[in-house]
Design a protein around this ligand. Structure first.
Ligand code: CTP
Ligand code: MG
Length: 227
């Protein structure tokens, strides 16, 4: 079997409903450059990444405005959910990758990712049989509410993590896990449903997911290196 390579898959086929901007949020400009392009450039700058695939929707009207990048292919196969977009992307790249290649799935909406974080994840996971993901240990006191928004009880934050991306799994195993699993919000949940335990690797606050309009300013501060 060939040595596994490291492949990036960037789902970018969402509409950004919570952002409520005139363009889908992956095309919102941060410091004059679309969010998606920041993410593409970070993977291009990472020498360990062999190839980069970006999944957009079939009717995407903005991707052509982003300059062509080395080692990068655009796949116009976005689906109705993030899970469908990732599954379609894994299928579309299948003829170009090996079953045991690692795929690093990363949200276009996390422009704070750095080459150092990608390298940290790869170093921590490349010899693991299952795979893993960046995540942040929960630092706040966590409350579970009743149906009326009152604190019902406090949940221990011991062993609690907030998942980030990239999430790194073997191509064939991830594809079959996503196809057999029910609805999941990240790749790791699909792997966990197989009874496997992904490795949690500490990420960074700067790798947060841009979701609401006020997140743009904070993302720009991180990219500038101020925050
Ligand atoms: N995504 C995707 N295909 C979908 C939905 C989401 O590729 N059908 C991508 C988004 O473009 C984003 C990532 O998955 O890069 C994380 O999703 P999220 O932050 O929820 O983005 P949106 O779904 O676009 O935003 P919202 O949920 O506010 O509509
Ligand atoms: Mg969404």
């Amino acid at each position: 079997m060939n040595l596994p390579r490291f492949i990036a898959l960037i789902p970018a086929a969402g509409v950004g409903a919570r952002m409520g901007a005139t363009v889908p949020k992956q095309y919102a400009e941060l410091l004059g450059k679309p969010m998606l392009e920041h993410v593409m450039d970070t993977f291009v700058d990472c020498a360990q990444i062999h190839q980069i695939f970006v999944v957009v929707s079939a009717d995407d009207a903005y991707i052509e405005d982003i300059p062509t990048k080395s080692r990068t292919q655009i796949l116009r196969c976005g689906g109705a959910t993030r899970q469908a977009s990732v599954t379609n992307g894994l299928q579309a790249m299948q003829s170009q990758v090996n079953a045991n290649d690692w795929v690093l799935v990363h949200d276009a909406a996390r422009p704070g990712l750095t080459v150092a974080l990608i390298n940290k994840l790869i170093a921590a996971v490349k010899d693991d049989p299952v795979g893993g993901l960046l995540a942040m240990p929960v630092v706040d006191t966590i409350k579970r509410s009743d149906a009326h928004g009152h604190a019902d009880h406090t949940v221990s934050r011991e062993h609690l993590w907030a998942a980030q991306t990239p999430q790194m799994f073997k191509h064939a195993q991830l594809l079959s896990a996503l196809q057999t699993g029910s609805h999941v919000t990240d790749e790791a949940s699909a792997i966990e449903a197989l009874g496997l335990k992904p490795t949690l690797v500490e990420g960074s606050p700067r790798n947060f997911k841009v979701t609401l309009p006020h997140d743009v300013l904070l993302a720009e501060l991180y990219i500038k290196g101020i925050a």
